[in-house]
Each structure stands twice: as structure tokens, then as C-alpha cells.
Design a protein around this ligand. Structure first.
Ligand code: NCD
Length: 477
């Protein structure tokens, strides 16, 4: 957890997640038992996007702990409306509070806030990027329902493209060895950078499988270009990590078409507000998975149905009295989970399992920067929305090839060429030829996503330089 802030679910170790859930469980026994724990502390709840549950439960949690809350809702009611930067806004609110809870429509907004705040920041949703505290509520609900987080089978349904709750939950679940089924709305599949991360960093291959029993969720819908056609395939990950690096030719996992009756359905609404300005904004509503008594029937008789809410029409009201539905309990758990999180972040309660190891996670990873030629391609990334406040920074990954992910929004850039100086000449070469021993060496190169970019910056290809050039210089240490 960097600077005691929570931006992404990946900021938390498994031990930290367990500490939060354990304390939440203790607090849930009696929400009134901690009336002075946070007294003297002020939480700034800055919600620049609509919210019911997240803001309500954060504020309720702080009140239950005896702290106080100051709040602003909607860009229109703050000086952001007058053109103030998010950086200045956060700097100022830091001086009014001990903790900032931020929801903002830009991806990476919470990360930027951490750079400028002098108090811890909790990400309460940054555009379509992440919503880590919702994931904590989801994991808490699953642990309460299933007793154990290990090896769950979870079908993530709906808007997997823009759904920030889904993006955070995927990585929370993979940590605990879940088997995931992706059941998207038409054209609303997972973003490529999320898929790459699942496969490359978490070593879980994503496999196309027959839709099987999940077909029923798409049944009998109207609208959409492929109306009436059956869904033939969807994607899943196996529950065991794929040891790709050890057993390159010998995958040791199985993909099962049917998740069995005990599957967890995590249902999400179509995030139409995030489609504005994108080509899909005009797209008709195509096939979309819907949960109702009719689509569930007996085939998923021991399923659990979760939804971060609000629902629109993807979750029928006839499910509300069904024994499988847990979404209102899930919303209620927002209070003890956020009470626990606030208490731990403000260090009013000790981290038990995470303990000493927390100090290690305070170190920032090496990153390469925009001045080396690359910029984030996500127009809604805070680095493009408020470039005066943040320089693009990218984390470096080498599997399956050299690629960078935006430190703010997680989008991926895969450069095709790199540029280097050889005896005063600027040479560019295919990225596959790049050799380096430590990531710090990457600071010496420039990176390009096209040949034109390299030429535009005055670099020449290695072949055109070869007549005059000396042997290729590679950094060795
Ligand atoms: C979600 C959100 O804001 O991302 N709601 C929530 O926080 N419980 C889901 C949504 O808006 O669809």
C-alpha cells in the first residue's frame, strides 16, 4: 500500500486483504461498539460522480467510528467547475482532513490525488478503471456466504469493458485462486490490457469455451444486431495458476464448460455513461446476460447472485426474494468493511497478518516516463485530462514481450521500436532486439509505437546506419 493509500486492489497484499476482512467481521458483530475509535479525525468525502452506496456507507462508517465527515458532491458544486485542477483541489482538501475518499470520472484520478495529497487517499471509483473498496465488500460477502475464498467459481456478467467493479474484482479473486467465467454483454468484453494482465502477470490463460448453461442468461432477448442467435462461446480462466514459464509445452489445467450449480454470478449493469463519445455510444443494446427466476431456473439451484448495484434491467426484481440473492446483504456490508478499512488506514487498529511486511510495499516501482517517447493512449486517463499535473509514467513488463502499462489508468502500450545513441547517431531498432539486465537501464532508451514516430524524432533504422556505424552498443549493466 503506497503512502497508506488505496488506489488499486493490487496495492493490497493478501495478508492486508485478510486483515481488513477479519476486522470487518469483528466490527460487523456490533457496529455500535466503536463509537470513539476515530474521534478527532475528519474524512473528506469527495464524490465528483454519482453515488448512493459507496458514499453513504463510507460516511456511515466514519460516523459509527466517531469521526466526522466533510463532503462535496458533483463537479458543479466545487471549484473544479471554475477550472481548478484536481491536483489543487486535493492539496487543499488534504489540509482540511485526515483522510480523502475520492470518486472521479477520470481514470487514474485517485493515483494523481495520492501524488498531491498529504493525507491517505482511498479510491472510491476512478472512471472505468478500478473500485477497490467495492471489491473488499464483494470478497467479504463471498467469505461470509462461502466460508472460504479459495477456489471459487465466479461468472462475471454484463459490462466487463467499462465496469470498474469487475476490473478490481478480477484481480482480487485471482489472488485467492478463483476460476473465472466471463459472460459479457455484446461488444462489452474485457479490455485487452485487463486480459493481458490476467494472462501475463497472473499466469492464468484465458480460454474460449462453449457457452453451455450460460446460454440461458441471454435467452429470449429483443434488440441488438444478432438478436435470436445463440451465444456459442465465452471465456474463462482455470482455477490453478498456469505455470507457463515452467511447463511451456505441458499445460496442466482443465477448462470446464459447466461451472456447476454452486457458481457465483456477479451481475453488472451496462455503464452507458462511459460510452459517451465512443463509437459504441450509438450501438444498439445487443445481447446482454440477464438474471431472473426464469433464466436461473434449477440449473443453478445453489448459485449465489451478487450485484454492486444500482441495477437497471439485467437483474429482475423477481429475484429479490430468492434464496440465492445476496446483493442487498452485500450493500449492507459496505459499512463494516469501510469501518475496518478506515481504522486500519488511519492506524487506529493494528495490521495483524500484514504486520511488518507492509513497510516493503511502500517502495515505488521503477517506471519509464513520457519524455522517453510514449504517452498513454487512453483519452480519459488523467495524464491526458490534466497533463499539467502529472507526467505519464509506465510500469515495465517483459512478458510476453516488452510492454508498458500506464501507472495511472493501467492501459497498455506495446512499443514496436526502441531508440538508442550509437557514437552520436540516433538509431532505432525492433523492440525484440532490446537487451537489458535491470529495468533501470530502460531510462537510457526512447520507445516508439510506429516507424513514423521514430523517423519524426530524427532516428534512423539500423540498416540505413550500418554503412557508417560501429558495432551495436548495448547497455550491459
Ligand atoms: C458501482 C460503481 O459505482 O462503479 N456501484 C457501486 O459503487 N456500488 C457499479 C455501477 O455504478 O454500476
Amino acid at each position: 500500500m503506497y503512502k497508506n493509500s488505496l488506489v488499486s486492489i493490487e496495492d493490497l497484499s493478501n495478508e492486508e486483504i485478510e486483515d481488513i476482512l477479519d476486522l470487518a467481521q469483528e466490527m460487523q458483530q456490533n457496529l455500535r461498539a466503536f463509537p470513539t475509535l476515530a474521534s478527532g479525525n475528519i474524512m473528506a468525502s469527495l464524490f465528483f460522480e454519482a453515488s448512493t452506496r459507496t458514499r453513504g456507507s463510507f460516511e456511515s462508517a466514519m460516523n459509527r467510528l466517531g469521526g466526522r465527515t466533510i463532503t462535496t458532491t458533483g463537479i458543479g458544486s466545487s471549484s473544479l467547475e471554475k477550472g481548478e485542477t484536481l491536483a489543487d483541489t486535493v492539496r487543499v482538501w488534504s489540509s482540511y482532513s485526515d483522510l480523502i475518499v475520492l470518486r472521479h470520472p477520470w481514470e487514474g484520478a485517485a493515483r494523481l490525488a495520492v501524488d498531491y495529497a498529504s493525507v491517505p487517499v482511498i479510491n472510491a471509483g476512478d472512471g472505468g478503471h478500478e473500485h477497490p473498496t467495492q471489491t473488499l465488500c464483494d470478497l467479504f460477502t463471498l467469505r461470509a456466504e462461502k466460508r472460504n475464498l479459495e477456489g471459487l467459481k465466479v461468472a462475471l456478467c454484463g459490462d466487463l469493458k467499462h465496469g470498474r467493479t469487475v476490473h478490481s474484482l478480477i484481480f482480487g479473486l485471482l489472488r485467492f485462486g478463483a476460476e473465472l467465467y466471463f459472460v459479457p454483454g455484446e461488444g462489452l468484453d474485457l479490455p485487452e490490457h485487463v486480459k493481458t494482465k490476467i494472462e501475463a502477470q497472473y499466469k492464468r490463460p484465458i480460454e474460449k469455451i462453449p457457452a453451455g448453461d450460460f446460454q440461458a442468461l441471454y435467452g429470449g432477448q429483443t434488440g441488438g444486431s444478432q438478436d435470436g442467435e445463440p451465444l456459442d462461446a465465452l471465456y474463462m480462466t482455470p482455477s490453478k495458476p498456469h505455470l507457463r514459464t515452467l511447463f511451456e509445452d505441458e499445460p496442466n489445467f482443465e477448462f470446464k464448460t459447466s461451472p456447476g450449480r454452486e457458481v457465483v454470478f456477479y451481475v453488472t449493469r451496462r455503464q452507458t455513461e462511459r460510452e459517451t463519445g465512443s463509437p459504441s455510444a450509438q450501438a444498439p443494446v445487443g445481447k446482454y446476460p440477464r438474471i431472473s427466476k426464469a433464466t436461473m431456473k434449477k440449473r443453478f439451484s445453489r448459485a449465489t447472485v451478487l450485484h454492486p448495484l444500482p441495477r437497471v434491467d439485467e437483474l429482475s426484481y423477481d429475484m429479490d426474494d430468492d434464496h440465492r440473492s445476496k446483493y442487498f446483504v452485500q450493500a449492507a456490508y459496505g459499512v463494516p468493511v469501510r469501518m475496518a478499512l478506515i481504522s486500519l488506514i488511519l492506524e487506529l487498529k493494528p495490521w495483524k497478518k500484514a504486520g511488518e511486511r507492509r513497510a516493503e510495499s511502500q517502495v515505488e516501482e521503477p517506471t519509464i516516463v513520457a519524455t522517453q517517447g510514449i504517452e498513454c493512449a487512453n483519452p480519459n486517463c488523467v495524464t491526458n485530462r490534466e497533463s499539467q499535473s502529472c507526467e505519464s509514467r509506465f510500469l515495465v513488463f517483459t512478458e510476453p514481450q516488452v510492454r508498458f502499462t500506464c501507472n495511472y489508468c493501467g492501459w497498455e502500450i506495446a512499443p514496436i521500436f526502441y531508440g538508442t545513441q550509437q557514437r552520436g547517431r540516433k538509431i532505432y531498432k525492433p523492440i525484440g532486439k532490446l537487451r537489458f539486465k535491470s529495468q533501470h537501464q530502460l531510462f537510457q532508451f526512447r520507445f516508439f509505437c510506429s516507424e513514423d514516430e521514430a523517423l519524426g524524432e530524427g532516428f534512423v533504422s539500423v540498416s540505413s546506419a550500418v554503412e557508417t556505424a560501429a558495432p551495436v552498443f548495448e547497455v550491459k549493466d
